[in-house]
Design a protein around this ligand. Structure first.
Ligand SMILES: [Zn+2]
Length: 426
């Protein structure tokens, strides 16, 4: 029986019939198969995760990552028409990206959908048949206005050239938003675990949010409710795939406190800004720059855990010290780091990258993941000492002591213990 409730929907009729996709016999003739790693968009088949026609869905989860929840609130309050289908006219990328050979290798890219860029073009015949296929990647252009860049220009480190750095001091960029689309067999293989085991743990650890992990083993693709990745490109995006063109690249994990608010306990914003400056400079000398920004706050442990760790570090006996930096994180969170850099290189492969000439990252986990994925790295660039905030010395020395890359080596023993941060209330 169907019942309409006018209070929740402002009188607009809504479909109250729930389809629980929890039976393996729920396969319909309009459900398209996904052949991950196939050579063309149409051979690969689209990821259909829109909710306007549940019979056509061939993935677990929904588009927009964590924003699915806000969309639900908006629909519940009657302010959002659930059957809305996007008008994609003129939304396509202003530049050509791919297809690259990595798109056709089922092992190179497993955590995003390269054919999710401009599906209205790649899957045109299916749009004509009425399929509601949503983009999971979008590309646009912008100008960046950044105080540190203005300072770099004022100090003569960066010059205005009218092309990359405009006369106004703005930097011209192409920016790319990439939603996570996880191909579960590929994810399991890369982690070295059994797919069934991965599905069972994903089901359990999300509090049973997605029963299809267990009941629909035929659905191989999941759109997880997590943040997207944003990529900023300096220079011609086509050059990213040309190993002969110098590429300067920073792979940056989100740190809202530093990146946005300038909090001084870490080096995240200074390193990010230095990466942007160097990426722009590389583009000016005929190369190309790329900054990839991953929403993995607090080493993917989240900001609440991160702030608890800050307090625990500052209150511990002997004060905040480089020697005990990782230990306090592990005490609170249960692990030092939950980022799993294994999937980070996927977005580099999306752009056809095979060689990075200058990698801005001191993290061995990131370096190892990139090299293991088949991308050559020529130089590794650490943050210049003068850009490290005083209170961030604890983080910096702890990371160097733990084996992070640095030109000048790491402090050990009492020298490491003597690197201290501020106390609570200081
Ligand atoms: Zn930080």
């Amino acid at each position: 029986m169907e019942k309409q409730s006018s209070s929740a929907t402002n009188g607009k009729p809504v479909n109250r019939h729930l389809i629980l996709a929890s039976h393996s016999n729920l396969k319909f003739k309009e459900t398209l198969s996904i052949n991950w790693g196939a050579k063309t968009a149409m051979e690969r088949g689209p990821v259909v995760a829109s909710l306007t026609n549940p019979r056509a869905r061939n993935a677990i989860g929904a588009h927009s990552g964590s924003y699915t929840v806000y969309r639900a609130l908006s629909i519940a309050s009657g302010k959002f028409p659930p059957q809305h289908r996007p008008d994609l006219e003129n939304t396509q990328s202003p530049v050509q990206i791919g297809p690259y050979s990595q798109w056709m290798d089922p092992t190179k890219i497993v955590s995003l959908d390269p054919w999710g860029l401009d599906p209205q073009i790649g899957f045109k015949p299916l749009f004509e048949q009425g399929y509601d296929i949503r983009p999971s990647i979008a590309v646009t252009q912008a100008h960046l206005q950044i105080p540190e860049v203005a300072e770099a220009i004022a100090k003569g480190r960066l010059k205005k050239d009218g092309k990359i750095v405009l006369d106004t001091g703005d930097i011209k960029v192409t920016k790319v938003a990439i939603e996570p689309v996880w191909y579960l067999p590929g994810m399991a293989a890369r982690l070295g675990v059994d797919e069934g085991e991965l599905r069972r743990i994903l089901f359990q650890e999300t509090g049973g949010m997605y029963p299809e992990f267990i009941t629909r083993q035929d659905l191989k693709v999941w759109l997880p409710p997590i943040g997207s990745t944003t990529v900023y490109i300096f220079g011609d995006p086509k050059d990213l795939a040309n190993p002969k063109v110098e590429l300067t690249c920073r792979v940056h994990d989100e740190c809202n406190g530093s990146d946005v608010f300038g909090s001084d306990i870490c080096t995240c914003r200074p390193y990010l800004m230095y990466g942007i400056e160097d990426a722009a400079r590389t583009a000016q000398r005929g190369g190309v720059g790329l900054i990839a920004y991953y929403r993995k706050e607090g080493r993917a442990l989240g900001e609440v855990t991160k702030f608890l760790v800050y307090n625990a570090r500052k209150r511990q006996k002997g004060g905040d010290s480089a020697a005990t930096y990782f230990h306090r994180t592990e005490c609170v969170a249960g692990t030092e780091d939950a980022r799993f850099q294994e999937f980070m290189p996927d977005c580099l492969h999306f752009f056809g990258i095979t060689k990075i000439h200058n990698l801005h990252s001191m993290s061995n986990m990131k370096y190892d993941a990139i090299v293991k994925s088949g991308i050559e790295v020529v130089n590794r660039i650490s943050i210049p000492d003068e850009l490290i905030p005083k209170d961030a010395q604890v983080e910096m020395e702890a990371k160097k002591a733990a084996g992070y890359f640095s030109k000048d080596g790491a402090k050990q023993g009492s020298a490491l213990e003597s690197v201290k941060g501020r106390k609570i209330d200081e």
